[in-house]
Design a protein around this ligand. Structure first.
Ligand SMILES: *Cc1c(COP(=O)(O)O)cnc(C)c1O
Length: 362
């Protein structure tokens, strides 16, 4: 087999090797079905077992309370930007949006089409280098929900504690940090995540929604856009993305196998300690882009003294087998995406590379 690189792509992103090998073994013939998973009827019992297990594993790993539905939808997190306000917001009603980066801004733009969207907090003036503090928030008392982005994939910031929004349902885009740490799902009204960062390949979006919000959804919008449609059909309203959900199931089984969220969180904290340690130890050669209190454990952003050095860093890293390190153009510099599946060994090796690079060029 050709060698696999250390893949720091922001998404789609690296998957556990054991998952890929399982998928490879299952590829032409799945179990005793005589066909590939992607050839199975979505109405048959073999495929049903896969999707049901995936749904139950999401609930089990995250400790999803009984009064929530776990849905598998399509259209990515981006469709949720539109679907949430379509269902829950209306002219004369207000939804709060805390803006912490490009993704929250996109979500906010969609909300403005459906009703009043209030910017309840933003760190845009500081180029989104931090999460706004609780006392900076300007929350509406009667908001139908408050939307946040738990991890900002582009800017490298992450909520360390979630905002207190009282009785208002908290809605969170967790595309880039779902399943990366322990979570109190009961504190949220709705959680959504495109799978292609922490959960599997692209093509499936996980939505965890409290039942009263399913019921509160509007009935005068297209049927396929209503959460109740998908909740009532248990995510079988139309053909689900069967192969993506099968891979999601394998990733969830892998998370369970390595010890669930406790173990995953511990592993992610260790990776963060190593990498931020290497950034801070560089005598100013590397400068973290995010404020220390808002640093993400999933996407680590930093700059080098010059753009020239950044280009050289990326080129030499690539030669050394580290791929996907170029920062998003809105931040520049370097971005290390280290989702659950990125092995700690990759971070140790990258840190060694960084130390040597700083020594040579500092
Ligand atoms: C990647 C990402 C998105 C976009 O997801 P799509 O599946 O492409 O729609 C939205 N929000 C966050 C936080 C992301 O990281």
């Amino acid at each position: 087999m050709a060698t696999r690189v250390w893949n720091f792509n922001p998404g789609p992103a690296t998957l556990p090797l054991s998952v890929l090998e399982r998928a490879k073994a299952d590829l032409p013939v799945y179990g005793n079905t005589g066909m590939a998973v992607m050839e199975l009827s979505h109405r048959g019992k073999e495929y049903d077992a896969i999707q049901t297990l995936a749904r139950d594993l999401v609930a089990q790993l995250l400790g999803v309370p009984q009064n929530y539905k776990v849905l598998f939808l399509q259209g990515g997190a981006s469709l949720q930007f539109a679907m949430i306000p379509m269902n829950l917001l209306a002219p004369g009603k207000t939804a709060d949006y805390i803006l912490t980066g490009s993704w929250s801004k996109k979500a906010y733009k969609e909300a403005k089409m459906a009703g009043a969207a209030n910017v309840a907090g933003t760190s845009e003036a500081a180029n989104f280098n931090r999460i706004p503090a609780q006392d900076e928030l300007n929350l509406s008392k009667d908001a139908v929900y408050c939307h946040i982005t738990s991890n900002n994939t582009i800017f490298g910031t992450q909520y360390q504690t979630f905002p207190d929004v009282g009785k208002v349902p908290l809605v969170a885009d967790m595309s880039s940090d779902i399943l990366s740490r322990k979570l109190n799902v009961g504190a949220f009204g709705l959680i959504y995540a495109g799978a292609q960062k922490n959960l599997g390949p692209s093509g499936v979006t996980v939505v965890i929604i409290r039942e009263d919000l399913v019921e509160a959804g509007k009935t005068d919008i297209p049927i396929i856009m209503q959460y109740r449609t998908h909740a009532e059909a248990d995510s079988f309203y139309n053909t689900p993305p069967t192969y993506s959900i099968y891979l999601l199931k394998l990733v969830l089984e892998w998370v369970k196998e390595i010890g669930g969220l406790d173990a995953v969180e511990k592993r992610n904290r260790e990776k963060g300690k190593l990498l931020y340690g290497a950034i801070d130890a560089g005598a100013g050669f590397y400068k973290g882009a995010a404020e220390p209190g808002s640093r993400s454990l999933m996407n680590v952003t930093f700059r080098l003294p010059t753009e020239d050095l950044e280009a050289r860093f990326i080129a030499e890293a690539k030669e050394a087998g580290f791929v996907g390190l170029k920062g998003h153009r809105s931040v520049g510099g370097i971005r290390v995406s280290m989702y659950n599946a990125l092995e700690p060994e990759g971070i140790r090796r990258l840190c060694d590379f960084m130390t040597a690079f700083a020594k040579k060029n500092g």
